[in-house]
Design a protein. Structure first.
Length: 108
């Protein structure tokens, strides 16, 4: 029960930060919707831990539902970091190309 309350407090904290960032126009509408759906889904999953525990036991895992949710959350975070790294690498290549082209124009 303590884990559930703590997890819900964390979700509410992140939701409040999300709305604050939207109000300050620090994030766009698409990003806001993505994170709003994500955190609401996390909240719904926390409320349904008993059903998740049953599903996890049915699938043959020995961990509890909240442990599985934690593992899935970490996997999603690693995936998002990977995507962010790829995007950053592409931006660096684009900046290099632009600077190279500008340098060649200035030389002429």
């Amino acid at each position: 029960m303590f884990q559930r309350i703590l997890a819900l407090i964390i979700v509410l904290f992140f939701l409040s930060r999300l709305f604050w960032q939207k109000r300050k126009k620090q994030i766009g509408a698409n990003e806001f919707i993505f994170w709003l759906v994500f955190w609401c889904l996390v909240g719904v999953l926390i409320f349904n831990l008993k059903q998740i525990d049953r599903i996890v036991a049915f699938l043959g895992f020995s961990a509890s539902g909240i442990d599985i949710l934690l593992y899935l959350g970490i996997a999603v975070l690693f995936y998002l970091i990977f995507r962010l790294r790829l995007r950053l690498e592409k931006m660096e290549k684009d900046i290099t190309t632009i600077v190279r082209n500008m340098a060649l124009k200035d030389k002429k």
